[in-house]
Design a protein around this ligand. Sequence first.
Ligand SMILES: Nc1nc2c(ncn2[C@@H]2O[C@H](COP(=O)(O)OP(=O)(O)OP(=O)(O)O)[C@@H](O)[C@H]2O)c(=O)[nH]1
Length: 283
Amino acid sequence: MRRKLRRKGRDRHVGLPSLPAAELTWVKKLSVVLNRLGETMSETYDFLFKFLVIGSAGTGKSCLLHQFIENKFKQDSNHTIGVEFGSRVVNVGGKSVKLQIWDTAGQERFRSVTRSYYRGAAGALLVYDITSRETYNALTNWLTDARTLASPNIAIILCGNKKDLDADREVTFLEASRFAQESELMFLETSALSGENVEEAFLKCARTILNKIESGELDPERMGSGIQLAAEASSRSAVPRLVWTSVKEHPQPLYSEFQDSGLCCFSNEPLHNYSTLVLNTGF
Ligand SMILES: Nc1nc2c(ncn2[C@@H]2O[C@H](COP(=O)(O)OP(=O)(O)OP(=O)(O)O)[C@@H](O)[C@H]2O)c(=O)[nH]1
């Protein structure tokens, strides 16, 4: 299998070794994500913000993203494997802002993979399920990860999802809003099912980031800010690329080498002992 990749102005072919079926499926899936990411980066906008959607498994992260992008509820949502990606251009305070959104898997077994996506995020939706106290209790851990791995200044909105299931509620609005206030988070209860407050959550977070840029509190040109200006985002250096290697040929050091240069590492269980995929998200 040969794959054509553009790198620093040159076309480059990278040959993938023959792989077991499960691993091949994973590589193909990542290539689709990568192509979508590349396509969306060519659109016109004033700013591009990198967003994360984080929180425990089953809280509705993928459904929130789907509702925001597609304007409908995602039926039969399965657990996310690693990460999913979506993007949408929105108008915030007269500026056109592209939200590049990384929907991360909530399951513990993917934690090391998803953590590698936090770097350079400007904003995040931190999601719990109002009908599950367990997902609410886990918020502190998610928050610590976000502030440590993304940026201490990351704009985070707490989303109490499944607002439509009020009869099964285990977490009150008041309790969560106090937690949000103490933790300096914005807060909304949302329903990916009905769409209530979904658009608002993403826009509120984007507006906060834009306000910080306009007030000078946030420097969009600082490395790792999670923000790109239009010119920068359309440059070649921002075009994502996939780099393949086999662990046998190039073991662990590759990860840190790329991590230090701002690239993200992407692997999952089937690939874990065999190979490493490195995805440059452009941040
Ligand atoms: N009633 C209701 N159900 C929802 C809502 N959002 C998601 N669900 C359901 O909750 C379940 C989990 O949704 P997902 O979006 O897959 O959850 P997730 O947080 O992405 O899960 P992981 O990918 O495992 O981290 C699915 O059965 C959804 O149909 C909502 O707002 N209301």
